[in-house]
Design a protein around this ligand. Structure first.
Ligand code: SF4
Ligand code: SF4
Length: 534
Protein backbone atom coordinates (compact mmCIF):
# COMPACT_ATOMS: atom_id res chain seq x y z
CA UNK A 1 0.00 0.00 0.00
CA UNK A 2 1.39 3.38 -1.00
CA UNK A 3 2.17 5.62 1.96
CA UNK A 4 1.06 9.24 1.76
CA UNK A 5 3.60 12.03 1.75
CA UNK A 6 4.54 13.47 5.20
CA UNK A 7 2.51 16.67 4.56
CA UNK A 8 -0.58 14.53 4.07
CA UNK A 9 0.05 11.97 6.79
CA UNK A 10 0.56 14.69 9.37
CA UNK A 11 -2.93 16.09 8.79
CA UNK A 12 -4.58 14.23 11.64
CA UNK A 13 -8.29 14.03 12.19
CA UNK A 14 -8.97 14.14 15.92
CA UNK A 15 -12.74 14.43 15.53
CA UNK A 16 -14.33 11.56 17.44
CA UNK A 17 -16.98 9.42 15.73
CA UNK A 18 -20.64 10.32 16.29
CA UNK A 19 -21.38 7.06 18.07
CA UNK A 20 -20.06 5.99 21.48
CA UNK A 21 -17.05 3.69 21.34
CA UNK A 22 -19.18 0.71 22.34
CA UNK A 23 -21.27 1.17 19.23
CA UNK A 24 -18.50 2.12 16.83
CA UNK A 25 -17.36 -0.96 14.95
CA UNK A 26 -13.64 -1.42 14.40
CA UNK A 27 -12.33 -1.65 10.89
CA UNK A 28 -9.15 -3.69 10.68
CA UNK A 29 -7.09 -1.51 8.35
CA UNK A 30 -4.14 -2.58 6.25
CA UNK A 31 -0.96 -0.79 7.24
CA UNK A 32 -1.94 -0.88 10.91
CA UNK A 33 -1.48 -4.55 11.77
CA UNK A 34 1.22 -7.19 11.47
CA UNK A 35 0.71 -10.57 9.80
CA UNK A 36 -0.62 -13.29 12.08
CA UNK A 37 1.74 -15.93 13.44
CA UNK A 38 2.72 -18.90 11.31
CA UNK A 39 1.88 -22.46 12.23
CA UNK A 40 5.53 -23.48 12.48
CA UNK A 41 6.34 -20.72 14.97
CA UNK A 42 3.59 -21.82 17.36
CA UNK A 43 4.61 -25.44 16.92
CA UNK A 44 8.26 -24.78 17.82
CA UNK A 45 7.38 -23.64 21.33
CA UNK A 46 4.17 -25.61 21.87
CA UNK A 47 1.85 -22.61 21.88
CA UNK A 48 -1.89 -23.40 21.73
CA UNK A 49 -4.17 -23.58 18.69
CA UNK A 50 -1.46 -24.39 16.15
CA UNK A 51 -2.81 -23.66 12.64
CA UNK A 52 -2.20 -21.46 9.63
CA UNK A 53 -4.46 -18.39 9.71
CA UNK A 54 -4.70 -14.93 8.24
CA UNK A 55 -5.87 -11.66 9.78
CA UNK A 56 -7.59 -10.77 6.51
CA UNK A 57 -9.79 -13.89 6.66
CA UNK A 58 -13.19 -13.76 8.24
CA UNK A 59 -12.52 -17.03 10.08
CA UNK A 60 -9.56 -16.84 12.46
CA UNK A 61 -9.85 -20.58 13.13
CA UNK A 62 -10.43 -20.26 16.84
CA UNK A 63 -10.88 -23.33 19.02
CA UNK A 64 -14.54 -24.25 19.53
CA UNK A 65 -14.46 -23.31 23.23
CA UNK A 66 -12.44 -20.13 22.65
CA UNK A 67 -14.71 -17.99 24.81
CA UNK A 68 -14.37 -20.26 27.84
CA UNK A 69 -10.57 -20.38 27.38
CA UNK A 70 -10.37 -16.59 27.26
CA UNK A 71 -12.65 -15.93 30.23
CA UNK A 72 -11.03 -18.64 32.33
CA UNK A 73 -7.61 -17.19 31.45
CA UNK A 74 -8.80 -13.71 32.40
CA UNK A 75 -10.16 -14.86 35.77
CA UNK A 76 -6.96 -16.74 36.49
CA UNK A 77 -4.77 -13.71 35.78
CA UNK A 78 -7.00 -11.28 37.67
CA UNK A 79 -6.62 -13.51 40.73
CA UNK A 80 -2.91 -14.06 40.20
CA UNK A 81 -1.73 -10.50 39.51
CA UNK A 82 -2.99 -7.99 42.06
CA UNK A 83 -1.78 -5.05 39.97
CA UNK A 84 -3.80 -6.26 36.98
CA UNK A 85 -7.04 -6.37 38.98
CA UNK A 86 -6.25 -2.96 40.46
CA UNK A 87 -5.56 -1.42 37.04
CA UNK A 88 -8.85 -2.81 35.76
CA UNK A 89 -10.81 -1.61 38.80
CA UNK A 90 -9.55 1.84 39.69
CA UNK A 91 -9.56 3.86 36.46
CA UNK A 92 -11.82 6.89 36.94
CA UNK A 93 -11.69 7.76 33.23
CA UNK A 94 -10.27 11.19 34.01
CA UNK A 95 -8.61 11.28 30.59
CA UNK A 96 -5.20 12.48 31.83
CA UNK A 97 -3.57 9.72 29.79
CA UNK A 98 -5.72 10.21 26.70
CA UNK A 99 -3.41 12.44 24.68
CA UNK A 100 -0.11 10.95 25.89
CA UNK A 101 0.13 7.98 23.53
CA UNK A 102 2.19 8.46 20.38
CA UNK A 103 -0.26 6.32 18.40
CA UNK A 104 -3.17 8.54 19.33
CA UNK A 105 -1.17 11.72 18.75
CA UNK A 106 0.03 10.54 15.35
CA UNK A 107 -3.16 8.81 14.24
CA UNK A 108 -6.18 10.35 15.98
CA UNK A 109 -7.94 6.99 16.50
CA UNK A 110 -9.77 7.31 19.88
CA UNK A 111 -9.28 3.61 20.59
CA UNK A 112 -5.56 4.36 20.72
CA UNK A 113 -6.11 6.58 23.75
CA UNK A 114 -4.61 4.53 26.60
CA UNK A 115 -7.82 4.83 28.62
CA UNK A 116 -9.88 3.42 25.79
CA UNK A 117 -7.34 0.79 24.82
CA UNK A 118 -7.59 -0.56 28.37
CA UNK A 119 -11.37 -0.19 28.32
CA UNK A 120 -11.55 -2.76 25.51
CA UNK A 121 -10.43 -5.42 27.99
CA UNK A 122 -11.89 -3.77 31.07
CA UNK A 123 -15.39 -4.01 29.61
CA UNK A 124 -14.98 -7.79 29.23
CA UNK A 125 -13.58 -8.03 32.74
CA UNK A 126 -16.62 -6.19 34.09
CA UNK A 127 -19.00 -8.52 32.30
CA UNK A 128 -17.43 -11.78 33.44
CA UNK A 129 -15.60 -10.93 36.67
CA UNK A 130 -17.66 -8.27 38.50
CA UNK A 131 -21.12 -8.42 40.05
CA UNK A 132 -22.13 -4.96 38.79
CA UNK A 133 -21.17 -5.86 35.24
CA UNK A 134 -22.98 -9.18 35.35
CA UNK A 135 -26.18 -7.55 36.63
CA UNK A 136 -26.20 -4.14 34.94
CA UNK A 137 -24.33 -4.92 31.74
CA UNK A 138 -23.78 -1.91 29.51
CA UNK A 139 -24.80 0.60 32.23
CA UNK A 140 -21.85 -0.66 34.27
CA UNK A 141 -19.55 -0.47 31.26
CA UNK A 142 -19.68 -4.23 30.60
CA UNK A 143 -19.98 -5.95 27.24
CA UNK A 144 -20.31 -9.45 25.91
CA UNK A 145 -17.30 -11.16 24.45
CA UNK A 146 -17.92 -12.13 20.84
CA UNK A 147 -15.67 -12.64 17.81
CA UNK A 148 -15.78 -8.98 16.80
CA UNK A 149 -14.85 -7.86 20.31
CA UNK A 150 -12.00 -10.36 20.29
CA UNK A 151 -10.73 -9.12 16.92
CA UNK A 152 -10.89 -5.53 18.10
CA UNK A 153 -8.90 -6.41 21.20
CA UNK A 154 -6.25 -8.14 19.07
CA UNK A 155 -6.05 -5.19 16.69
CA UNK A 156 -5.44 -2.63 19.44
CA UNK A 157 -3.26 -4.85 21.67
CA UNK A 158 -0.86 -4.88 18.73
CA UNK A 159 -1.06 -1.11 18.33
CA UNK A 160 0.49 -0.51 21.73
CA UNK A 161 4.26 -0.61 22.06
CA UNK A 162 4.00 -1.16 25.83
CA UNK A 163 6.12 1.96 26.23
CA UNK A 164 4.52 3.08 29.53
CA UNK A 165 4.51 6.78 28.67
CA UNK A 166 0.82 6.98 29.58
CA UNK A 167 1.47 5.55 33.05
CA UNK A 168 3.58 8.60 33.88
CA UNK A 169 0.53 10.86 33.66
CA UNK A 170 -2.06 8.70 35.41
CA UNK A 171 -2.87 10.08 38.88
CA UNK A 172 -3.49 6.50 40.04
CA UNK A 173 -0.36 5.02 38.52
CA UNK A 174 -2.27 2.76 36.16
CA UNK A 175 0.14 1.11 33.77
CA UNK A 176 -1.72 0.50 30.53
CA UNK A 177 1.28 -1.37 29.16
CA UNK A 178 0.68 -4.06 31.79
CA UNK A 179 -2.92 -4.32 30.60
CA UNK A 180 -1.72 -4.72 27.01
CA UNK A 181 0.83 -7.32 28.11
CA UNK A 182 -1.90 -9.40 29.72
CA UNK A 183 -4.33 -8.84 26.85
CA UNK A 184 -1.68 -10.26 24.51
CA UNK A 185 -1.10 -13.16 26.88
CA UNK A 186 -4.82 -13.97 26.80
CA UNK A 187 -4.93 -13.73 23.01
CA UNK A 188 -1.97 -16.05 22.88
CA UNK A 189 -4.05 -18.71 24.62
CA UNK A 190 -6.07 -18.79 21.40
CA UNK A 191 -3.05 -18.81 19.08
CA UNK A 192 -3.56 -15.13 18.20
CA UNK A 193 -0.09 -13.68 18.01
CA UNK A 194 1.83 -11.93 15.24
CA UNK A 195 4.60 -13.57 13.26
CA UNK A 196 7.02 -10.76 13.97
CA UNK A 197 6.90 -11.88 17.62
CA UNK A 198 6.16 -15.61 17.34
CA UNK A 199 8.95 -16.17 14.77
CA UNK A 200 11.75 -14.61 16.86
CA UNK A 201 10.45 -16.39 19.98
CA UNK A 202 10.67 -19.74 18.16
CA UNK A 203 14.15 -18.86 16.87
CA UNK A 204 15.35 -17.83 20.30
CA UNK A 205 14.02 -20.99 21.85
CA UNK A 206 15.82 -23.15 19.28
CA UNK A 207 19.08 -21.26 18.71
CA UNK A 208 19.47 -18.81 21.60
CA UNK A 209 18.80 -15.71 19.51
CA UNK A 210 15.88 -14.03 17.75
CA UNK A 211 17.60 -14.10 14.38
CA UNK A 212 18.04 -17.87 14.44
CA UNK A 213 21.80 -17.49 13.92
CA UNK A 214 23.73 -20.71 14.40
CA UNK A 215 27.17 -20.70 16.11
CA UNK A 216 29.19 -20.95 12.88
CA UNK A 217 27.23 -18.06 11.35
CA UNK A 218 27.93 -15.91 14.38
CA UNK A 219 31.63 -16.69 14.13
CA UNK A 220 31.67 -15.86 10.39
CA UNK A 221 30.05 -12.51 11.12
CA UNK A 222 32.48 -11.78 13.95
CA UNK A 223 35.43 -12.52 11.67
CA UNK A 224 34.13 -9.87 9.28
CA UNK A 225 33.76 -7.43 12.17
CA UNK A 226 37.37 -8.09 13.20
CA UNK A 227 38.46 -7.32 9.66
CA UNK A 228 36.48 -4.05 9.65
CA UNK A 229 38.16 -2.95 12.88
CA UNK A 230 41.55 -3.86 11.45
CA UNK A 231 40.90 -1.81 8.31
CA UNK A 232 40.12 1.31 10.34
CA UNK A 233 42.61 0.97 13.23
CA UNK A 234 45.26 -1.53 12.15
CA UNK A 235 44.50 -3.46 15.34
CA UNK A 236 43.59 -7.15 15.55
CA UNK A 237 40.89 -7.63 18.14
CA UNK A 238 40.21 -11.20 19.15
CA UNK A 239 36.98 -11.61 21.12
CA UNK A 240 36.49 -14.96 22.81
CA UNK A 241 33.31 -17.03 22.65
CA UNK A 242 32.09 -19.82 24.95
CA UNK A 243 35.21 -19.55 27.10
CA UNK A 244 34.91 -21.21 30.47
CA UNK A 245 36.36 -19.41 33.48
CA UNK A 246 36.24 -15.90 32.01
CA UNK A 247 35.46 -13.20 34.55
CA UNK A 248 32.60 -11.60 32.60
CA UNK A 249 29.90 -12.85 30.22
CA UNK A 250 28.81 -10.24 27.68
CA UNK A 251 25.20 -10.46 26.48
CA UNK A 252 23.77 -8.19 23.82
CA UNK A 253 20.91 -8.07 21.29
CA UNK A 254 21.45 -10.40 18.32
CA UNK A 255 20.21 -7.66 15.98
CA UNK A 256 23.72 -6.25 16.37
CA UNK A 257 25.01 -9.16 14.28
CA UNK A 258 22.50 -8.48 11.59
CA UNK A 259 21.40 -4.87 11.31
CA UNK A 260 23.90 -2.47 9.69
CA UNK A 261 23.35 0.19 12.37
CA UNK A 262 23.71 -2.40 15.13
CA UNK A 263 26.86 -3.90 13.59
CA UNK A 264 28.83 -0.73 14.14
CA UNK A 265 27.72 -0.44 17.76
CA UNK A 266 29.04 -3.98 18.21
CA UNK A 267 32.40 -2.95 16.75
CA UNK A 268 32.56 -0.27 19.44
CA UNK A 269 32.11 -2.87 22.21
CA UNK A 270 34.80 -5.14 20.76
CA UNK A 271 37.28 -2.27 20.52
CA UNK A 272 36.58 -1.23 24.10
CA UNK A 273 37.03 -4.77 25.46
CA UNK A 274 40.26 -5.20 23.54
CA UNK A 275 41.68 -1.88 24.67
CA UNK A 276 40.94 -2.65 28.33
CA UNK A 277 42.21 -6.22 28.07
CA UNK A 278 39.04 -7.46 29.76
CA UNK A 279 38.73 -11.10 30.75
CA UNK A 280 35.40 -11.36 28.97
CA UNK A 281 33.59 -13.93 26.86
CA UNK A 282 30.57 -13.92 24.60
CA UNK A 283 28.45 -16.97 23.92
CA UNK A 284 27.10 -18.43 20.71
CA UNK A 285 24.38 -20.22 22.70
CA UNK A 286 23.21 -17.37 24.86
CA UNK A 287 23.45 -15.00 21.91
CA UNK A 288 20.46 -12.79 22.71
CA UNK A 289 19.81 -10.27 25.44
CA UNK A 290 16.44 -9.21 24.04
CA UNK A 291 13.36 -11.20 24.93
CA UNK A 292 10.42 -11.31 22.52
CA UNK A 293 8.89 -13.86 24.89
CA UNK A 294 8.09 -10.79 27.00
CA UNK A 295 5.64 -9.72 24.25
CA UNK A 296 3.93 -13.09 24.40
CA UNK A 297 3.50 -14.40 27.93
CA UNK A 298 5.09 -14.22 31.31
CA UNK A 299 6.02 -17.90 31.13
CA UNK A 300 7.70 -17.58 27.74
CA UNK A 301 9.62 -14.49 28.85
CA UNK A 302 10.87 -16.40 31.89
CA UNK A 303 11.83 -19.38 29.78
CA UNK A 304 13.93 -17.32 27.36
CA UNK A 305 15.49 -15.21 30.10
CA UNK A 306 16.68 -18.27 32.03
CA UNK A 307 19.16 -19.24 29.29
CA UNK A 308 21.39 -16.30 30.24
CA UNK A 309 21.93 -17.58 33.76
CA UNK A 310 22.23 -21.18 32.61
CA UNK A 311 25.07 -20.09 30.34
CA UNK A 312 26.66 -17.90 33.04
CA UNK A 313 26.65 -20.95 35.31
CA UNK A 314 28.04 -23.27 32.64
CA UNK A 315 30.86 -20.86 31.80
CA UNK A 316 31.52 -20.17 35.50
CA UNK A 317 31.79 -16.42 35.01
CA UNK A 318 31.61 -13.97 37.92
CA UNK A 319 29.16 -11.45 36.54
CA UNK A 320 27.38 -10.28 33.38
CA UNK A 321 27.80 -7.17 31.26
CA UNK A 322 24.91 -6.23 28.98
CA UNK A 323 24.84 -4.32 25.70
CA UNK A 324 22.71 -1.53 24.24
CA UNK A 325 19.24 -3.08 24.22
CA UNK A 326 15.85 -1.79 25.29
CA UNK A 327 13.40 -4.36 26.56
CA UNK A 328 16.24 -6.65 27.70
CA UNK A 329 16.75 -4.16 30.52
CA UNK A 330 13.08 -3.84 31.32
CA UNK A 331 12.91 -7.61 31.78
CA UNK A 332 15.97 -7.51 33.99
CA UNK A 333 14.88 -4.62 36.15
CA UNK A 334 11.17 -5.19 36.45
CA UNK A 335 10.68 -8.96 36.20
CA UNK A 336 13.91 -10.83 36.91
CA UNK A 337 13.73 -10.69 40.70
CA UNK A 338 10.14 -11.84 40.80
CA UNK A 339 10.99 -14.80 38.59
CA UNK A 340 14.32 -15.88 40.03
CA UNK A 341 15.16 -13.74 43.07
CA UNK A 342 18.79 -12.82 43.78
CA UNK A 343 21.30 -14.90 41.83
CA UNK A 344 23.63 -16.57 44.32
CA UNK A 345 26.15 -18.32 42.06
CA UNK A 346 27.50 -15.05 40.60
CA UNK A 347 29.38 -12.27 42.36
CA UNK A 348 28.42 -8.65 42.89
CA UNK A 349 29.88 -6.93 39.81
CA UNK A 350 33.11 -4.99 40.32
CA UNK A 351 34.83 -3.19 37.46
CA UNK A 352 38.26 -4.83 37.05
CA UNK A 353 39.58 -1.52 35.69
CA UNK A 354 38.32 1.04 38.22
CA UNK A 355 37.38 -1.13 41.20
CA UNK A 356 33.88 0.37 41.23
CA UNK A 357 31.31 -1.87 42.89
CA UNK A 358 28.03 -1.79 41.00
CA UNK A 359 25.80 -2.05 44.04
CA UNK A 360 22.69 -1.53 41.94
CA UNK A 361 23.43 -4.95 40.40
CA UNK A 362 23.62 -6.80 43.73
CA UNK A 363 20.68 -9.02 42.92
CA UNK A 364 20.76 -9.73 39.20
CA UNK A 365 24.57 -9.37 38.77
CA UNK A 366 24.37 -7.53 35.46
CA UNK A 367 25.79 -4.12 34.59
CA UNK A 368 24.65 -1.98 31.68
CA UNK A 369 27.42 -1.16 29.20
CA UNK A 370 26.75 2.58 29.57
CA UNK A 371 27.15 2.32 33.36
CA UNK A 372 30.42 0.49 32.78
CA UNK A 373 31.76 2.92 30.18
CA UNK A 374 30.63 6.05 32.05
CA UNK A 375 32.52 4.76 35.09
CA UNK A 376 35.66 4.22 32.97
CA UNK A 377 35.46 7.77 31.64
CA UNK A 378 34.86 9.23 35.10
CA UNK A 379 38.03 7.51 36.34
CA UNK A 380 40.05 8.72 33.35
CA UNK A 381 40.68 5.21 32.04
CA UNK A 382 39.95 5.89 28.37
CA UNK A 383 41.96 7.93 25.92
CA UNK A 384 39.27 9.70 23.92
CA UNK A 385 39.40 12.06 20.97
CA UNK A 386 35.90 13.57 20.63
CA UNK A 387 36.95 15.54 17.52
CA UNK A 388 36.72 12.29 15.55
CA UNK A 389 32.95 12.58 15.99
CA UNK A 390 32.89 16.22 14.85
CA UNK A 391 30.85 15.34 11.78
CA UNK A 392 28.06 14.39 14.14
CA UNK A 393 25.77 17.00 15.64
CA UNK A 394 24.09 14.79 18.17
CA UNK A 395 20.87 14.51 20.12
CA UNK A 396 19.93 11.60 22.38
CA UNK A 397 16.74 9.61 22.12
CA UNK A 398 15.93 7.99 25.47
CA UNK A 399 14.67 4.53 24.61
CA UNK A 400 11.51 3.85 26.61
CA UNK A 401 12.73 0.83 28.55
CA UNK A 402 16.15 1.98 29.80
CA UNK A 403 14.67 5.40 30.58
CA UNK A 404 11.32 4.59 32.16
CA UNK A 405 11.93 1.06 33.41
CA UNK A 406 15.38 1.54 34.91
CA UNK A 407 16.04 5.29 35.10
CA UNK A 408 19.15 5.11 32.92
CA UNK A 409 19.16 8.79 32.04
CA UNK A 410 22.55 10.25 32.96
CA UNK A 411 25.08 7.62 31.92
CA UNK A 412 24.48 7.75 28.14
CA UNK A 413 24.49 11.56 28.23
CA UNK A 414 27.70 11.60 30.24
CA UNK A 415 29.38 9.34 27.68
CA UNK A 416 28.10 11.36 24.70
CA UNK A 417 29.36 14.60 26.21
CA UNK A 418 32.82 13.04 26.53
CA UNK A 419 32.99 11.58 23.04
CA UNK A 420 31.27 14.30 20.99
CA UNK A 421 31.77 18.04 20.85
CA UNK A 422 28.27 18.87 19.61
CA UNK A 423 25.33 17.70 21.67
CA UNK A 424 21.86 19.23 21.90
CA UNK A 425 18.83 18.03 23.84
CA UNK A 426 15.37 17.75 22.35
CA UNK A 427 12.59 19.65 24.22
CA UNK A 428 12.28 18.54 27.88
CA UNK A 429 8.75 17.19 27.60
CA UNK A 430 9.97 14.66 24.99
CA UNK A 431 13.09 13.24 26.68
CA UNK A 432 14.17 11.36 29.81
CA UNK A 433 11.12 9.80 31.58
CA UNK A 434 8.86 11.75 29.20
CA UNK A 435 10.49 10.29 26.14
CA UNK A 436 8.38 9.44 23.10
CA UNK A 437 8.50 5.89 21.80
CA UNK A 438 10.13 5.02 18.48
CA UNK A 439 6.71 3.67 17.43
CA UNK A 440 8.01 0.18 16.65
CA UNK A 441 8.76 -1.46 20.00
CA UNK A 442 7.25 -4.57 21.61
CA UNK A 443 7.51 -6.57 18.41
CA UNK A 444 5.80 -4.08 16.10
CA UNK A 445 8.90 -3.52 13.97
CA UNK A 446 7.48 -5.09 10.81
CA UNK A 447 7.02 -3.55 7.38
CA UNK A 448 3.36 -4.43 6.78
CA UNK A 449 2.26 -2.07 9.60
CA UNK A 450 4.30 0.85 8.24
CA UNK A 451 1.53 3.46 8.40
CA UNK A 452 1.03 2.70 12.10
CA UNK A 453 4.77 2.94 12.72
CA UNK A 454 5.15 6.21 10.83
CA UNK A 455 2.24 7.73 12.70
CA UNK A 456 3.55 6.43 16.03
CA UNK A 457 6.96 7.95 15.34
CA UNK A 458 5.54 11.40 14.60
CA UNK A 459 5.87 12.85 18.15
CA UNK A 460 9.52 11.72 18.37
CA UNK A 461 10.16 13.02 14.85
CA UNK A 462 8.63 16.42 15.67
CA UNK A 463 11.06 16.90 18.55
CA UNK A 464 13.93 15.74 16.36
CA UNK A 465 12.90 18.11 13.59
CA UNK A 466 12.98 20.94 16.11
CA UNK A 467 16.66 20.37 17.00
CA UNK A 468 17.48 19.57 13.39
CA UNK A 469 16.20 22.98 12.29
CA UNK A 470 17.48 24.92 15.31
CA UNK A 471 20.94 23.40 15.83
CA UNK A 472 21.56 21.40 12.66
CA UNK A 473 21.34 18.06 14.51
CA UNK A 474 22.17 15.26 12.08
CA UNK A 475 22.60 12.30 14.46
CA UNK A 476 20.06 10.58 16.69
CA UNK A 477 21.98 8.55 19.27
CA UNK A 478 20.31 5.85 21.32
CA UNK A 479 20.99 2.71 23.36
CA UNK A 480 18.42 0.27 21.94
CA UNK A 481 18.81 -2.16 19.06
CA UNK A 482 15.14 -1.90 18.10
CA UNK A 483 15.62 1.85 17.82
CA UNK A 484 18.69 1.40 15.67
CA UNK A 485 16.93 -1.11 13.43
CA UNK A 486 13.64 0.72 13.05
CA UNK A 487 14.09 4.43 13.57
CA UNK A 488 16.20 5.05 10.48
CA UNK A 489 13.25 4.31 8.15
CA UNK A 490 10.96 6.53 10.19
CA UNK A 491 13.50 9.34 10.48
CA UNK A 492 14.20 9.17 6.73
CA UNK A 493 10.51 9.78 6.19
CA UNK A 494 9.94 12.59 8.73
CA UNK A 495 13.35 14.24 9.11
CA UNK A 496 15.52 13.19 6.17
CA UNK A 497 19.24 13.69 6.59
CA UNK A 498 19.43 12.53 10.20
CA UNK A 499 21.34 9.30 10.92
CA UNK A 500 20.59 6.88 13.76
CA UNK A 501 23.63 5.74 15.76
CA UNK A 502 24.41 3.59 18.81
CA UNK A 503 26.35 5.31 21.59
CA UNK A 504 29.16 2.71 21.47
CA UNK A 505 29.60 3.29 17.78
CA UNK A 506 30.70 6.80 18.68
CA UNK A 507 32.75 5.46 21.62
CA UNK A 508 34.59 3.27 19.09
CA UNK A 509 35.25 6.29 16.89
CA UNK A 510 36.59 8.42 19.73
CA UNK A 511 38.61 5.69 21.44
CA UNK A 512 42.34 6.14 20.85
CA UNK A 513 43.70 2.60 21.08
CA UNK A 514 47.24 1.72 22.04
CA UNK A 515 49.27 1.00 18.89
CA UNK A 516 46.60 2.02 16.43
CA UNK A 517 47.51 3.43 13.01
CA UNK A 518 46.54 6.96 12.08
CA UNK A 519 42.83 6.71 11.42
CA UNK A 520 41.41 8.35 8.33
CA UNK A 521 37.85 7.08 8.52
CA UNK A 522 35.24 6.43 11.14
CA UNK A 523 33.90 2.93 11.76
CA UNK A 524 31.53 3.25 8.79
CA UNK A 525 34.41 4.00 6.45
CA UNK A 526 33.43 7.67 6.10
CA UNK A 527 36.31 10.19 6.20
CA UNK A 528 37.09 11.64 9.61
CA UNK A 529 36.82 15.44 9.91
CA UNK A 530 39.87 16.95 8.19
CA UNK A 531 40.68 13.70 6.33
CA UNK A 532 38.24 14.19 3.49
CA UNK A 533 41.03 14.34 0.94
CA UNK A 534 41.95 10.68 1.70
S1 SF4 B 1 1.95 2.00 26.83
FE1 SF4 B 1 2.64 3.47 25.25
S2 SF4 B 1 1.77 2.66 23.34
FE2 SF4 B 1 0.66 1.69 25.03
S3 SF4 B 1 -1.12 2.97 25.40
FE3 SF4 B 1 0.50 3.71 26.79
S4 SF4 B 1 1.51 5.37 25.66
FE4 SF4 B 1 0.33 4.17 24.15
S1 SF4 C 1 -5.11 8.75 33.61
FE1 SF4 C 1 -5.41 6.84 34.79
S2 SF4 C 1 -7.38 7.11 35.82
FE2 SF4 C 1 -7.27 8.69 34.21
S3 SF4 C 1 -8.23 7.73 32.43
FE3 SF4 C 1 -6.07 7.30 32.23
S4 SF4 C 1 -5.79 5.28 33.22
FE4 SF4 C 1 -7.79 6.09 33.88
Amino acid sequence: MAIQKPEELSKINYKPPKTAWFDTPTEIKKGFFCWGNKEKSLKAVGFPNIRQWSVADEDWKLPENWKEIFIEGLRERVNKYRSFRLFLDICVRCGACADKCHFFIGGGDPKNMPVLRAELLRSIYRKYCTTSGKIMGKIAGARDLNVNVLKELWYYAYQCTECRRCSLFCPYGIDTAEITILARELLNLLGLNIEWIAGPVANCYMTGNHMGLLPHTIMDIVNEFKESIYQVTGINVDPSYNRKGAEILFVHPSGEYFDPNGNITFLGYLMLFHELGLDITLSTYCSEGGNFGFFTSNEMAKRLHSKIYAEAKRLKVKWILGGECGHMWRVWHQYHNTWFGPIDFLEEPVSPITGTKFENAKSNKIVHITEFTADLIKHGKLNLDPSRNDNYIVTFHDSCNPARAMGLLEEPRYIIKNICNHFYEMPPQTIRENTFCCGSGSGLNASENMELRLRGALPRANALKHVNEKFGVNTLANICQIDRATLQTLVDYWVPGVAVRGVHEMVGNALVMKGEKERTTDLRGDPLPGKEGG
